[in-house]
Design a protein around this ligand. Structure first.
Ligand SMILES: Nc1ncnc2c1ncn2[C@@H]1O[C@H](COP(=O)(O)OP(=O)(O)OP(=O)(O)O)[C@@H](O)[C@H]1O
Ligand SMILES: Nc1ccn([C@H]2C[C@H](O)[C@@H](COP(=O)(O)O)O2)c(=O)n1
Ligand SMILES: [Mg+2]
Length: 215
């Protein structure tokens, strides 16, 4: 970024930020291991982890005017309107010194995808897709025990329906563009991360530069 304390006009411009920002979307069914693998990516590759679900939860916790609405969407396993989620992601990206992001749990539907492309105007370098069978997803969520309002059998059914009907088409869209790195997520956390590392090793060098880039 800037060599001096203040960015030059060029460095502060939207076009410069769009050219220099690296985005990787992390998708997969509920419980597929996105939130487990992302901190490992941060540690090894120096990316900033933005979890859409966590940003929305922070809105609920802060008592914001949208909090109750977001909480109801979450309980019902529904996707929150994109303008809210994209605004939260955009703010977090703008406030970050690190311009290389893994965005976890986004885009969850076609509306999310289009809103990000239209508002943030950055295309992902690639999409990491944790592929995991439905029975394993359900088992993992029921064992998670983190007190989430949506980790119960009724909401899990709704979340899986939304995943198959709305998120898989987004993954298929990116697959048709040759951007999906599919990972078999029904293995140990360590085995899954070996494949994650291979996916990131394919990034072009400028996007890969990280403080802890040790393979
Ligand atoms: N490879 C794995 N093998 C077994 N259990 C796993 C594996 N990866 C994650 N888990 C466990 O499964 C549960 C769900 O994982 P995690 O929270 O990372 O999923 P997620 O994709 O972020 O889900 P969500 O979309 O609901 O946020 C956690 O309890 C986690 O410890
Ligand atoms: N793009 C997104 C991401 C998340 N949400 C809401 C709905 C989810 O059930 C909840 C939790 O997300 P998770 O932690 O499971 O990734 O947050 C959304 O509406 N839109
Ligand atoms: Mg998660």
């Amino acid at each position: 970024m800037a060599t001096s304390e203040f960015p030059t006009q060029k460095e502060g411009s939207e076009a410069f930020l769009q050219e220099t920002t690296v985005v990787v979307f992390v998708l997969g069914g509920p419980g597929s291991g996105k939130g487990t693998q992302c901190p490992k990516i941060v540690e090894h590759f120096g990316f900033r982890h933005l979890c859409a679900g966590d940003l929305l939860q922070a809105e609920i916790d802060s008592g914001s005017e949208n909090g109750t609405m977001i909480q109801n969407f979450k309980k019902e396993g529904k996707i929150v309107p994109s303008e809210i989620t994209v605004k939260l992601l955009q703010q977090a990206m703008q406030q970050s010194d690190n311009k290389r992001f893994i965005i976890d749990g986004f885009p969850r539907n076609e509306e999310n995808r289009a809103a990000f492309e239209n508002i943030v105007r950055i295309k992902p370098e690639f999409v990491l897709f944790f592929d995991c069978p439905e029975e394993e997803l359900t088992k993992r969520i029921l064992n998670r025990k983190q007190g989430r309002v949506d980790d119960n059998i009724e909401t899990i059914g709704k979340r899986l329906k939304v995943y198959f009907e709305s998120t898989l088409p987004v993954i298929n869209y990116y697959n048709s563009k040759g951007k999906v790195q599919k990972i078999d997520a029904q293995r140990s956390i360590e085995e899954v991360f070996e494949d994650v590392k291979s996916a990131f090793a394919k990034l072009k060098p400028v996007a890969r530069v990280g403080i802890n880039e040790i393979m």
